[in-house]
Design a protein around this ligand. Structure first.
Ligand SMILES: Nc1ncnc2c1ncn2[C@@H]1O[C@H](COP(=O)(O)OP(=O)(O)O)[C@@H](O)[C@H]1O
Ligand SMILES: O=P(O)(O)OC[C@H](O)CO
Length: 507
């Protein structure tokens, strides 16, 4: 009897590394996850050990095969999806990173972004890359590493170093140092890639003093980039055939293939992406333009809005305030009261992301009375996730000018029925949650499977998307407007209050 074949997805995220095996129906056969260490060497700095990322990747690959009793020759292809923007530079000869990986959240390069803005390069860089000039993206991180690590710049100039986002680093390792590539979606997060010409942008590279010899070749998200060195896959040379940054992979895994299709991933933060088709749309209101994962030669674009604090506000209730034992119980607390009674929590713990982009804002609570209970407080914190997503969605509606018929959702906090219903009420939009919540890994698996004939075409995979729950709006317009207007006032007041912090971020 022939054994079934599977696609393996490697999902290297901010907090953990996972390997997941999928079958033809897009179902999870087995998954293994390993946490990675977070380093905070200075306030606002976040780093990872790229070697640990590589070791956890090897460990989850081995464990998922062993635990699922799957032979390596049953893996038809590997797809990789990754935390985006996080920057690694390593030595070509030794294969060793020259320093920790600088994580997307890390603010140690804000001064470089500030300098570019002060010199007036903001509009030029935004026009070319679709991004805002910000320490979030890889460009300033590459410059920082070359400027700070002893001898890095001279080695880079001698062509001895390589740069990569996490996808590039893992492919280089998995292929035994043979293949140095990335894909359009990851390149579009670096702030040195021209998303219109599809080239590394010489003018920005010069501004940041980055030698081109460091840079990987940029390819589509669905093609065979190389094969695993046999010694990394128990003797098998498995094709690595799909790559996408995690949010673009989720957009693909949710089958958002048509312009106007939109998904929101409710994890640590919220990442809302809308497929805008073959033409990039430039936002005037704080969203960024990025490249979506697609199959074939034609590049597809997306508009993106990132909310920095979403599920992590629930972690704060659990670990910081010790109000709850588990994230899941927030639903019960929220439903125990009939309203949040005018209480608003603005969880701007690390500033506010899209569309406000206010680094200096910090969290605030409004509308407390003597009667404010724990249930109300928890409900208001959950509602803040929905309000922040609405801020992004309102901007998206204006900027994209495309009809939005519904939104697909995934991520840990999308399991919360109260939150999803409130989100639907607030947006006045149906919300669809699929049965498979692992849409990020599934997107990477689809990209790899489409490149290798495991799946034939988009129709073949669209059959796999199955609805778990659909939420329909059930709120009157006046109530919606009144609630949202309260939130907008709360955000305004939060941003106004910056006592002792103006300029504290260096901005
Ligand atoms: N039922 C729930 N209600 C609200 N928040 C939840 C629930 N379950 C998980 N979360 C939140 O979702 C986040 C985890 O989601 P996940 O998609 O795994 O995030 P990430 O990939 O960013 O680590 C945590 O911040 C957690 O607090
Ligand atoms: O690893 P995640 O899921 O927190 O996603 C991180 C994003 O890719 C950052 O842009």
């Amino acid at each position: 009897m022939t054994k079934p074949m599977y696609i393996m997805a490697i999902d290297q995220g901010t907090t953990s590394t996972r390997a997941i095996l999928f079958n033809k129906q897009g179902e999870v056969i087995h998954q293994v996850q390993k946490e990675i260490t977070q380093f905070f060497p200075e306030p606002g700095w976040v780093e990872h050990d790229a070697n640990e990322i590589w070791m956890t990747t090897q460990a989850v690959i081995a464990s998922v095969l062993i635990e699922a009793h799957v032979d390596p020759n049953q893996v038809a292809a590997i797809g990789i999806t990754n935390q985006r923007e996080t920057t690694v530079i390593w030595d070509k000869k030794t294969g060793l990173p020259i320093y920790h990986a600088l994580v997307w959240q890390s603010r140690q390069t804000s001064y470089i972004a500030d300098q570019l803005l002060a010199e007036g390069y903001g509009p030029l860089i935004s026009q070319k890359t679709g991004l805002r000039v910000d320490a979030y993206f890889s460009g300033t991180k590459i410059k920082w590493l070359l400027d700070h690590v002893p001898h890095a710049r001279e080695k880079a100039e001698a062509g001895e170093l390589l740069f990569g986002t996490i996808d590039t680093w893992l492919i280089w390792k998995l292929t035994g140092g043979e293949v140095h590539v990335t894909d359009y979606t990851n390149a579009s997060r670096t702030m040195i890639y021209n998303i219109h010409d599809l080239t590394w942008d010489e003018e920005i590279l010069t501004l940041l003093d980055i030698p081109t010899s460091l840079l990987p070749e940029v390819k589509s998200s669905s093609e065979v980039y190389g094969k695993t060195a046999a010694y990394h896959m128990f003797g098998q040379e498995v094709p690595i055939a799909g790559v996408a940054g995690d949010q673009q992979a989720a957009l693909f895994g949710q089958n958002c293939f048509a312009p106007g299709d939109i998904k929101n991933t409710y994890g640590t933060g919220c990442f809302i992406l809308m497929n805008t088709g073959e033409t990039p749309i430039h936002s005037e209101n704080g969203l960024i333009t990025t490249i979506a994962a697609s199959v074939g030669d034609q590049v597809t674009y997306a508009l993106e809005g990132s909310v920095f604090v979403a599920g992590s506000a629930i972690q704060w209730l659990r670990d910081g305030l010790e109000m709850i034992q588990t994230a899941a119980e927030t639903e019960e607390h929220a439903l125990a009261v009939s309203s949040s009674e005018g209480v608003y929590v603005v969880p701007a713990f690390v500033g506010l992301g899209a569309p406000h982009w206010d680094t200096d804002a910090r969290g605030a609570i409004f509308g407390l009375t003597r009667g404010t209970s724990k249930d109300i407080f928890i409900r208001a914190t959950l509602e803040a996730i929905a309000y922040q997503s609405k801020d992004v969605m309102e901007t998206m509606k204006t900027d994209a000018g495309l009809p939005i018929n519904s939104m697909r959702v995934d991520g840990g906090a999308a399991k919360n029925n109260y939150l999803m219903q409130f989100q639907s009420d607030l947006l006045n939009l149906p919300i669809k949650r699929p049965k498979v919540n692992e849409t990020t890994a599934l997107g990477a698996a689809y990209l790899a499977g489409l490149a290798t004939g495991y799946w034939q075409d988009l129709e073949d995979i669209q059959k796999n998307w199955q609805l778990d729950t659909e939420y329909y709006p059930d709120m009157t317009e006046p109530v919606r407007n009144q609630l949202y207007s309260g939130w907008q006032q709360a955000v305004l007041a939060t941003r106004h209050f910056k006592h002792g912090r103006e300029g504290s971020s260096g901005k």
